[in-house]
Design a protein around this ligand. Structure first.
Ligand code: SF4
Length: 62
């Protein structure tokens, strides 16, 4: 939760790369209020690298 609204942490969001073909939160948001962040534009390769790092972190933290 941010100060006013729920916020997506850019270091933890892969735009669903690694799991789905489309950002699932955008797909299912009923009021279309989850825009891509122009301050954090990332390529598919960068998003996939982030996904792999997050998965590796998760597997070592268990
Ligand atoms: S559902 Fe996908 S696009 Fe939405 S915040 Fe989570 S990882 Fe990012």
């Amino acid at each position: 939760m941010g100060e006013i609204i729920y916020e997506i942490h850019p270091n933890l969001c892969t735009e669903c790369v690694g799991h789905y073909d489309q950002p699932q939160c955008q797909l299912f948001c009923p009021v279309d209020c989850i825009p891509l962040d122009p301050q954090h534009v990332e390529s598919q390769d960068e998003l996939m690298d982030k996904y792999k790092k997050l998965i590796a972190q998760k597997s070592t933290s268990n």
